[in-house]
Design a protein around this ligand. Sequence first.
Ligand code: G1P
Length: 290
Amino acid sequence: MRKAVLPVAGLGTRFLPATKTIPKEMLPVVDKPAVQYIVEECARAGLDDVLLVTSTGKAAMEDHFDRRLDLEAALADKGKDDDLAAVRELAELVTLHAVRQPVPLGLGHAVLMAAEHVGDESFAVLLGDDIIDPEEAFLERMIAAHERTGRPVVALLEVPWEQVSLYGSATVAPGEVDGEYLITDLIEKPTREEAPSNLCVIGRYVLPGSAFDVLRRTPPGRGDEIQLTDALKIMAHEEPIVGVVVDVPRFDTGDKLGYLQACVELAARREGLGPDLLAWLRGFLAEHGA
Ligand code: G1P
């Protein structure tokens, strides 16, 4: 498997006004835009062909992963070798492609925009809002589960019951392997009463190329949009699909609290930054009686 699809066409309304002119995927988490964590995750998992599904106002992402010769020359002149390497490496991470989703008709529709580029190969879909712990090889485990079973594979997270309406919720049976479930049904953004479980799909999917045919015949669902969850549901009704339990840290950077948590935790791990941040945090918490 070599290809990954990143649906990044959304408006990012939860972060307005910051996202009026800046794609939400370009908001920095410490010193890298959120989308860089996702592209680095692809590269680590051996997915070196990454397709961005973008929309108007999202060109900054393509620029970010391109060469920037004037900046490189300025950094070279000043002898800033580390910065120069960091800027150059971005263009070498993966081969980046982009396609537009001209109208916002849903996540399933966004993924369908990748059909021509992907062809009939298996591929991964990574949603930009979810940063999975960069020190864990979670995507690799999903790819291995797909290679073992030939079935679509999704990441399943146990979420608090009051949050199930934000996700796709799964009906599950025990899996063949520890840490995996077989999914027999799915429902997109159910009420708490409708939800079959609090095991919910988060932003990682490994799909066979045949998923595009299913998406083509998936009728509009919740919000009158073509939902990826509904296509997965069709596939799960034919034969159970696989859910790999997210047992590693994951940050929902699409949410303000999750975004701040990602910034703090990932900064705390950085050499040359973490110890000072933690010392300041200890004082801050003491001052606020925590
Ligand atoms: C999408 C999917 C949903 C999934 C979620 C994970 O929703 O439609 O099934 O649970 O991503 O983050 P969105 O968050 O784009 O509204």
